[in-house]
Design a protein. Sequence first.
Length: 320
Amino acid sequence: MLNYEKKKSISYAKWGYIFILPFFITFLIFSLIPLVDTVRYSFYEYYRSGIKEIGPNFIGIANYLSLLKSDMLKYSANTLILWVIGFVPQIVIALVLACWFTDARLKIHGQQFFKVVIYLPNLIMASAFALLFFTMFSTNGPINSILMSLGWVKNPIDFMGSVIGTRSLVGFMNFLMWFGNTTIMLMAAVMGISMDIFEASELDGCNSIKRFFYITLPLIRPILAYTLITSIIGGLQMFDVPQILTNGQGNPDRTSMTLIMFLNSHLKSKNYGMAGALSVYLFIVSGILCMIVYKMTNDTDPDGSKKAAKKKAKEERRRR
């Protein structure tokens, strides 16, 4: 009896900690320590001039002030424009496709095939995608050859020689690479809504547009918030597509230079102090934008009861 009670009191919780220990060790070595070092070096003068290494010398917030006087704000605007060009059509088309494929009344055949085709561009490496578009839309590429053979243009179009052309290509590539992933996530969110709700709305005479705006969108708000937040973080980290498409120059006239391309230029020149300060700026901006999105999409009063209670309390105070 004593042996049985002793065995019964054995705690296996320690094995859970042992299993998750490798993650924390890996995170500490490869993420947390480099993160702390990045913040620390942002307050130091630490760069390489030729073969001579300068620093690290503590200079306070001088790196942060230097970045504000640089073209960082211009590159921030470039990053925002490129993200908007790619994300707006991405979320619109993903929502339409998600509602279309999950609508039981349409009875679409071959859904698995379409899902694979939609998601396929997400599996292609961004570098390969950028090289493909660079070849297709170059002045001697197949797109110009087709347009000239059809007689639509007389001379080759320099797509990557114009601001609109380059930004449109970058946005279009980001759209193609990520709209499939967004569509699959939104489809999962819509499929999580009970069919009873849709059937009840149909009995009440709710049409497709009202059902989309008053039922589907509010109920998939958490997934929409997740999609928007991850897209903002990914947009701020946009690098590979514009880097390869413009050969790292951000042409024309650096209008497609992103913040990470600007950061990469500091890392390439071994200016670790300036690169650390720019990384901290990116972290702060990401946090602020994500917080704004979370506040906008997190509805803590879905039925309006809190708002009604506050309104009633205000009216009672006025009467007194």
